[in-house]
Design a protein around this ligand. Structure first.
Ligand code: UD1
Length: 371
């Protein structure tokens, strides 16, 4: 039996729900003579139990085989520390493939390290583009795609972006969305969990904010929360607070019906948004989750790398002008809901398609020079 070795990388909160179904699909696939050996690598970019360990528990994935424990730092420090810690791991484990997901610093740092060692890189959620180079994630997406060997995409815009950037058609695979695989698997259980005290299904909004552009300046954060305070006059707003946002939040007065909470783990949070009246967010993944759940989503950013959620889903880009945020929220509360459709292949089977493609690459001819 020959074993093809994959290092499956995660590091920050939105990575965990994307690797979980891939890990599971690997363990259930028949592989004949070639047997996959999948090793989970956690970079430690997120390390609080609320941002990391609880997700492994909720998603029923085993503890990481390798934890690089890099922690926080500036963009450069964090990226460099991940690369320095990941390189010896690659040398020790000699993988055939490094599989990275999404657009975090962990994604780019591990892709770059692997590629320079001659290890093949597969990028899950490739090709998304916001065209906003002030977002660290956009730089991570472009750089990761520029050095990846295989691209797994979630929507048609990503295919087009990759082709325009000169990537060959045979390397691009439209597979769907592994984050939605996790949603489909866990949504029934999530809906059964109790809501925070005092909340009634369909009669509250959920707020999440963590983008540096929105939360690192007290003025910007106060302007957006001013709009949230107005919305809270009409319905309670639940606000699980990201550690980055918490740093400035104490300076700002919140409406008594804005309920702040610690970051929530996967299942309770999914249950919370699924039963909400609307979501206000600057997250990427939540735009996709609300589209599948049919929950109205107001995205407080000037652009999105996930245009399908606006074209056919429940997402509306409202930017960060407080008046526009209030106006769109009122419109939803007055009953003007958008019809939301589920994008093609967001059917809970993306990870299986990814693993099928990866297993097709197996064999002696696909091997690259070992490090
Ligand atoms: C990162 C990702 C972003 C993703 C987000 C989800 C990048 C460039 N950004 O942003 O794409 O949407 O995760 O949360 O990779 N902190 C803690 N505990 C933790 C982790 C972080 O207290 O477990 C604090 C630290 O003070 C840290 C700050 O949060 O400096 C920001 O964390 P970091 O991982 O640098 O970026 P995020 O804003 O979380």
């Amino acid at each position: 039996m020959v074993s093809t070795k994959y290092l499956l990388v995660a590091g920050a909160r939105p990575n965990f729900m994307k690797i979980a179904p891939i890990y599971r699909a690997f363990s259930t696939r028949q592989t004949g003579i070639w047997s996959p050996n999948v090793i989970i690598v956690h970079t430690g970019q997120h390390y609080d139990p609320d941002m990391s360990d609880n997700f492994f528990r909720d998603l029923s994935i085993p503890q990481p085989d390798i934890n690089l424990n890099v922690g926080s730092g500036s963009q450069a420090e964090q990226t460099a520390r991940i690369m320095m810690a990941f390189e010896p791991a690659c040398r020790e484990y000699c993988p055939d493939w490094v599989v990275v997901v999404g657009d975090t610093n962990s994604t780019l740092a591990c892709a770059l390290t692997a590629r320079k060692l001659g290890i093949r890189v597969a990028h899950v959620e490739a090709g998304l583009r916001s065209r906003d180079m002030s977002m660290p994630e956009e730089i991570n997406r472009i750089c990761t795609d520029s050095i990846s060997d295989l691209f797994f995409t979630t929507e048609a815009s990503a295919q087009e972006n990759l082709r325009k950037e000169g990537h060959g058609g045979e390397k691009i695979h439209f597979v769907g969305n592994t984050m939605i695989d996790s949603l489909q698997e866990h949504i029934s259980r999530s809906r059964q969990l109790p809501l925070p005290e005092g909340l009634v299904t369909g009669q509250y909004a959920v707020l999440t904010m963590h983008r540096p552009a929105n939360v690192d300046s007290s003025e910007q954060l106060a302007a957006i929360l001013g709009a949230v305070n107005v919305i809270a006059d009409r319905l309670p707003v639940v606000f699980p607070v990201h550690p980055r946002t918490a740093l400035k939040l104490h300076e700002i007065e919140l409406h008594p019906r804005v309920l702040t909470l610690k970051p929530m783990s996967y299942l309770p949070f999914l249950g919370l948004i699924a039963r909400s009246r609307m979501v206000l967010t600057d997250s990427g993944g939540i735009q996709e989750e609300t589209t599948v759940l049919g929950v109205p989503c107001l995205t407080m950013r000037p652009n999105t790398e996930r245009p399908i959620t606006c074209e056919i889903g429940s997402n509306v880009l409202v930017g960060t002008d407080p008046r526009r945020i209030v106006q769109e929220a009122r419109s939803i509360l007055d009953g003007n809901n958008r019809h939301s459709e589920i994008p093609e292949k967001w059917d809970g089977h993306a990870a299986e398609r990814i693993v099928d493609v990866l297993l097709e690459q197996q064999g002696p001819d696909s091997r690259v020079a070992r490090v």
